[in-house]
Design a protein around this ligand. Structure first.
Ligand code: KIV
Ligand code: ZN
Length: 523
């Protein structure tokens, strides 16, 4: 079976489209907000990864969301750019407006269809919901031919009513039909059966792409996604590192590698360049301040580490004994030793390309190269993870607060004392403070240079690589009026890394202050 899709043309039956919602469903979870510059950087990396659709945001939610969707639509090629909208209200108009400059734009309109949501959340009758499905899809088609419709809480919707909703959406212009497991309640067998049922029963089902969107409340998001593919879904909605509401969404890297590694079972292909998976996972972790757990599949630090003697012996004899995919296939390099102080700009550029940073600007390469040189002066060898940490940090443009300088005194003979300069909106503010140790003194000085009422909720330090000259990677969590943000910083000097992390968190707080969406808009 093959048919013409408005954005993808002729669609082969074994092609699975990857719809990434890191910048929308992922970004709306607590502590994961990103500013426009960070979203743009992620969007470029997603496009280079080969993602088919990037859900860039929810334009009606706030001016910041509108602007980031608009800028991604204008600047990011290669992927379809999608904007979320509720069926009804101003949402679809805002989405259409934000997507105006997209080469290929999609409007994703949704409404709840389960008895519980219709009665308590929407306070609408099923008939009213059907009317809104009709008007929403018709309205979206005024802006683009590529229209997706979602049945929120679809997995808990009565099958007969779900069939009527899907039929209505198709009849009025939807070209992709998404059935979310919004609360992560379904089981794999239910998912497979749900998609088979819809494809069998709904008129026009063979003229649309069915899509699956799974939350991870019971840890079943990836399993449910794969089961949906077996039931006939050909679009997968997922996020990098599985970030998202509550327990998160299905993890892109896990699904893609499951489809690839078990091609024998699923027989499906995606357009994802899997060697880029690790670098985009790291990029997101740096931007959001949330590292993935060490045992996370595919991108966790231990995902390819073999500790037990029996496993190591097996691996040395034949890698296939304990490895079902190669580390290189997802971006882990077999040699992690990289550059030293004599390495030049060309070698640095080459290294950036091999780590998946081929698309960064010359300006950013120059700044990162300078920091690399400083680091190479302090450390004998610079590892891949060091390079990633410093490039990702320098990539955070649009920051309103930047560290200008830091001088400190401490040890056994002197009380810790810090003198520091911050550039705040282009103006340098100096401050100095004593403290109980250099980190305490530095944080006090930041509070003087940039007064704020946020409080410190978490402070943790880890090493980026091994050895006493390793860079420190610090996470700082700040809390203000119920908002929570995490910042990260890295440097061979632990205090500098802590200060960078604090400043990163402050910058994220400033973004959050600008964009508190009304409660009603939360999806
Ligand atoms: O989980 C969900 O139901 C959603 C929809 C808005 C697609 O994120
Ligand atoms: Zn969701």
């Amino acid at each position: 079976m093959s048919f013409q899709h408005p954005s993808f043309g002729s669609v082969a039956d074994n092609r699975v489209f990857i719809f990434d919602t890191t910048l929308r469903d992922g970004e709306q979870s607590p502590g994961f907000s990103m500013n426009i510059g960070e979203k743009l950087r992620m969007a470029h990396a997603l496009s280079a990864l080969g993602v088919d659709v990037i859900e860039a945001g929810f334009p009606v939610a706030s001016e910041g969301d509108f602007e980031s969707v608009r800028q991604i639509a204008e600047n990011v090629d290669g992927s379809v750019i999608c904007a979320l909208a509720r069926s009804g209200g101003r949402d679809i108009e805002a989405a259409g407006e934000a997507l105006k400059k997209a080469k290929r734009g999609r409007i994703h309109n949704f409404i709840s269809t389960s008895p519980l949501h219709m009665k308590y959340k929407l306070r609408m009758s099923p008939e009213r919901v059907l009317e809104l499905i009709e008007s929403g899809n018709k309205q979206a088609r005024h802006y683009t031919d590529d229209v997706e419709w979602s049945a929120e809480d679809g997995s808990r919707t009565e099958p007969d009513f779900l069939c009527r909703c899907v039929e209505t959406a198709i009849r009025h212009g939807a070209t992709t039909i998404n059935i979310p497991d919004t609360v992560g309640f379904a089981t794999p067998e239910e998912m497979r059966a749900l998609f088979s049922m819809l494809r069998e029963r709904v008129p026009g089902a063979d003229q649309v792409i069915f899509s699956t969107h799974n939350h991870n409340d019971l840890g079943l998001a990836v399993g449910n996604t794969l089961a949906a593919v077996e039931g006939g879904a050909r679009q997968i909605e997922c996020t990098i590192n599985g970030i998202g509401e509550r327990a998160g969404n299905a993890a892109l890297e896990e699904i893609v590698m499951a489809l690839k590694t078990r091609h024998d079972r699923y027989g499906m292909t995606t357009g994802i360049e899997t060697p880029r998976l690790l670098s985009i996972s790291r990029l997101l972790a740096t931007i959001t301040g949330f590292d993935v757990q060490p045992n996370k599949a595919i991108v966790g630090r231990n995902a390819f580490a073999h500790e037990s003697g029996i496993h190591q012996d097996g691996i040395l004899k034949h890698a296939g004994t304990y490895e079902i995919m190669t580390p290189e296939s997802v971006g882990w390099n077999s040699t992690s030793l990289v550059l030293g102080k004599h390495s030049g700009r060309a070698a640095f550029r080459d290294k950036l390309e091999s780590l998946g940073y081929g698309d960064i600007t010359d300006e950013l390469v120059n700044v990162a190269f300078q920091r690399f040189k400083d680091l190479a002066d302090q450390k004998k060898v610079v590892f891949d993870d060091d390079v990633r940490a410093l490039v990702d940090e320098e990539a955070r443009d649009h920051d309103r607060i930047k560290l200008q300088f830091l001088e400190l005194q401490g040890g056994t003979a002197h009380k810790a004392h810090v003198l520091l300069g911050l550039e705040v909106d282009g103006v340098v503010q100096e401050a100095q403070s004593d403290g109980n140790g250099p980190v305490d003194a530095a944080f006090r000085a930041i509070c003087q240079a940039f007064p704020h009422k946020a409080t410190l909720a978490l402070f943790s330090v880890a090493n980026v690589t091994e050895g006493t000259d390793a860079q420190a990677k610090t996470t700082v969590r700040l809390q203000e009026d119920g908002r929570l943000v995490d910042g990260q910083g890295s440097d061979a000097d632990t205090v500098v890394s802590a200060v960078r992390a604090y400043i990163h968190a402050l910058n994220k707080l400033l973004v959050k202050r600008q964009r508190s969406a009304p409660e009603a808009l939360k999806v």
